[in-house]
Design a binder for this molecule. Structure first.
Ligand SMILES: *Cc1c(COP(=O)(O)O)cnc(C)c1O
Length: 216
C-alpha cells in the first residue's frame, strides 16, 4: 500500500467515525506522525495534501523541517526535555506535551508564539510523562500566565490495550478535564484507537503506522 492510499483510507475512516458521532469531520485535524520515517515518505504525504505532521525528537525533526515547504504545520508530540524546550518552541507550531514548570519558562525564551497542549497521564502509568488529573488546575494556571505559550487544550496517550474500546473511558475522562479548563482542543487517538477517540470528542488524532507503515 502507498502512503497516498493509506492517507485516503485514514481520512475515510475519520469521516465515517465523525458521521457516526454526529460530528463535522472538518473539526478533526489529522496529524501524520512521521517520526523515524524517511523524508521521501513525508513528501509523498505532502503531495497527497497532508499538511500537519508530528515528530517526537528534536534532532531528527530539524532536518525534516528544513527540507519541507513552509506551509507544513509541525506538531511536537515527544517527551519534552526542559533543555530543548526553547529550540522546540522556535521550530514547531504546536507542542502537545507540556507538563512541567520548566517547559513553560524555557519555551517562553524562544520569543515566538507556540500553541500548547498539556499532557495528562490519565491512566497514571508510572513510565509515562504527563501531569496527573489533580495537578491540572494548578498547572493550567501557570500555562495561561505565559506570554508566548498559548494554551489550546489537553493531550493524552491512551494506555496500551488489546481492544480500542477499552480506551473509551480514558478518552472520556480527558474530555471531562478539558471542560474544566476550557480546552478547545483534545489531542487523543492513534492508529489503533482514533475512531473511539473521535467518538469521545478528539479534535486532533495522531496517526503514524496506519499512514506510513511500521517504523524503522
Ligand atoms: C508514535 C506516536 C503516535 C503514533 O502512533 P501510531 O500507533 O503509529 O499511530 C501518536 N502519538 C504519540 C505521542 C506517539 O509517540
Amino acid at each position: 500500500m502507498s502512503v497516498s492510499s493509506n492517507l485516503r483510507d485514514v481520512r475515510d475512516r475519520i469521516r465515517v467515525a465523525s458521521d457516526a458521532a454526529h460530528r463535522d469531520p472538518d473539526q478533526i485535524t489529522l496529524i501524520a506522525v512521521s517520526k523515524t520515517q524517511p523524508i521521501e515518505l513525508i513528501k509523498e504525504a505532502y503531495d497527497a495534501g497532508q499538511r500537519h505532521f508530528g515528530e517526537s525528537r528534536l534532532q531528527e525533526a530539524q532536518s525534516k523541517i528544513e527540507s519541507m515547504p513552509e506551509d507544513v504545520v509541525w506538531h511536537f508530540i515527544g517527551t519534552l526535555q526542559s533543555n530543548k524546550a526553547k529550540k522546540i518552541a522556535s521550530l514547531f507550531s504546536v507542542i502537545h506535551t507540556f507538563c512541567k514548570e520548566d517547559h513553560i519558562r524555557e519555551a517562553d525564551k524562544a520569543n515566538r508564539q507556540v500553541e500548547a497542549l498539556i499532557e495528562v497521564n490519565i491512566a497514571r502509568e508510572p513510565q509515562k510523562a504527563g501531569i496527573s488529573p489533580e495537578e491540572l488546575d494548578e498547572y493550567h494556571r501557570k500555562v495561561i500566565q505565559s506570554s508566548y505559550v498559548k494554551f489550546r487544550g489537553l493531550m493524552t496517550i491512551g494506555p496500551a490495550m488489546v481492544e480500542a474500546e477499552q480506551e473509551r473511558a480514558y478518552f472520556g475522562e480527558l474530555r471531562r478535564l478539558g471542560g474544566l479548563v476550557g480546552a478547545d482542543w483534545l489531542s487523543m487517538g492513534m492508529s489503533g484507537d482514533f475512531e473511539v477517540a473521535i467518538q469521545e470528542g478528539s479534535t486532533h488524532v495522531r496517526v503514524g503506522t496506519a499512514i506510513f507503515g511500521s517504523r524503522q
